[in-house]
Ligand binder design. Structure first.
Ligand code: PGA
Length: 257
């Protein structure tokens, strides 16, 4: 299977500017001559004001990219306080997280809003990292598969196969994000396989086999090895543990050899 292996660090609303520069420096210095990490796609995802700096500092490291945490749902114009996909692109950024559960819950972003964002991001030739995940309540009600299916169907399945193939998916159970409660490798593999099967039904085996599906939710330097060993887990979207260079690097080294 030669799907891309990806580790993305979602810094969320953390770090002052000087701290962000220090973190990107620590990470890039560690990765500079790290041949083991060369084949892994690494994405740093800081807050908007730091994107340009992080993109410049990451330049020259093999398979290293910069991502934004969000973008506007319109292409441009009178939307005070918003940042467009085109602006993000112009900073040397290549990826954009869309549909993170914090955006869905605190900012009430709907599947329909996210569909618009996906279109705008792909229109700029940026790569969406599209997040899906169920709440604790939905998992207890055994509705987790239905929730994920709806999130993916409503926001992504309008895309033609050639566009869909550019998307990176991230399964992030809401109950695991920032809680220290990680999904078990069984739970993660079960959901990742469900997602891949869903994609296969819509777009066929070839497309399903090339889409990277990341796990997110309290993934850290201790549990990444077990999670990344699952056949349908292609890496991680890392929050808290991506704020510590040493832990982030350990996670990058956690793929089976
Ligand atoms: P966490 O966050 O690793 O801190 O749980 C993951 C995410 O929200 O992307």
């Amino acid at each position: 299977m030669n799907r891309k292996k990806i580790v993305a660090g979602n810094w969320k609303m953390n770090k002052l500017y000087s701290e962000a520069v220090e973190l990107v420096d620590e990470i890039t210095i560690a990765l500079k001559d790290d041949e083991k990490a060369d084949g892994i796609v690494k994405i740093l995802i800081p807050s908007f004001p730091y994107l340009r700096k992080v993109a410049r500092h990451s330049h020259g490291i093999k398979n290293m990219f910069t991502g934004a945490q969000n973008c506007a749902h319109e292409e441009g114009g009178a939307f005070t306080g918003e940042v467009s996909a085109a602006m993000i692109k112009s900073l040397g950024v290549s990826h954009v997280i869309i549909g993170h559960s914090e955006r869905r819950s605190y900012f009430h972003e709907t599947n329909e809003d996210l569909k618009k964002k996906v279109n705008i991001v792909l229109g700029q030739s940026l790569t969406p990292i599209f997040c899906v995940g169920e709440s604790e309540e939905k998992r207890h009600a055994k509705e987790h598969f239905a929730v994920i299916e709806k999130q993916i169907t409503d926001s992504l399945f309008h895309l033609p196969a050639t566009e869909f193939a550019k998307v990176v998916l991230a399964y992030e159970p809401v109950w695991a994000i920032g809680t220290g409660l990680t999904a078990t490798s069984h739970q993660a593999q079960e959901m990742h396989l469900f997602i891949r099967t869903l994609i296969e039904k819509k777009y066929g085996k070839e497309t399903a086999n090339m889409i990277s599906i990341l796990y997110g939710g309290s993934c850290n330097a201790k549990n990444a090895t077990e999670l990344f060993a699952c056949p349908d887990v292609d890496g991680g979207l890392i929050g808290g543990a991506s704020l510590v260079a040493k832990d982030f690097i350990t996670i990058i080294h956690s793929f089976p050899q």
